[in-house]
Design a protein around this ligand. Sequence first.
Ligand code: 5GP
Length: 241
Amino acid sequence: MQTGELLYKGKAKSIYRTDKDDELLAVFRDDITAFNGEKKDEFAGKGEYNFAASAFFFDFLEKNGVKTHYLRAVDERSMIVSKLNMIPLEVIARNRAAGSVVKMFPFEEGQILDPPVVVTDYKDDERGDPSINDDLIVALGLLTPEELADVREKTLTINRLLSDFFEGLGLILVDFKIEFGRKDGMILLGDEISMDSMRLWDMSTMESFDKDVYRFDKGDLMSAYARVVEKINQWKDSHME
Ligand code: 5GP
């Protein structure tokens, strides 16, 4: 589609200006990176799979009372979103121990975390997205104590909704990363919710259906992403109003 000025090029999405001041166009690209940009590739179709998952999850969350930046789909890899003033935090919810938390702490891989654990990284590539705590977030003026509580509550609500959803598809939502932004004094869910930003394991085989397939060369990434989107589409077909 015809796009306006490129405002921001992230590792997997590009954000363009539109003819409306309060709306942006988010285009999901085929690029993929891991380990803070050390590993880089392109997979034909990845943008479309992540777009499909993100559009579905934003819509699903909105229907369940969670406010997001998602407005509408434009084509198979682009969406119009509300312009947010993004908060430079990566909020991570974990239902099982995996990834960095297993490297840093004495957890067993796959250990159930009940209640779920919410951790936050400061989004800054040059500093390697360091882990940050609540006092530092307030001291840096990123969130007020009230907003911190709001972000935590929203994250746990999103975790519950997504975990239950994936359980119905035979998948375990191990963990995921989300980002928030401000609009008109409210905090809304922004960025994306896709297989690039979550860990999903098959409930019976514990096989990965997410970016770990790429990070750790576990198999065919596009088959894994296609499988998740296929399951989402099957769910949509069986829940047609
Ligand atoms: P970990 O801290 O174990 O590396 O990541 C926890 C979860 O958050 C994983 O699902 C991972 O994919 C996601 N995550 C953490 N940092 C990033 C990031 O910078 N970009 C994306 N897309 N996902 C991330």
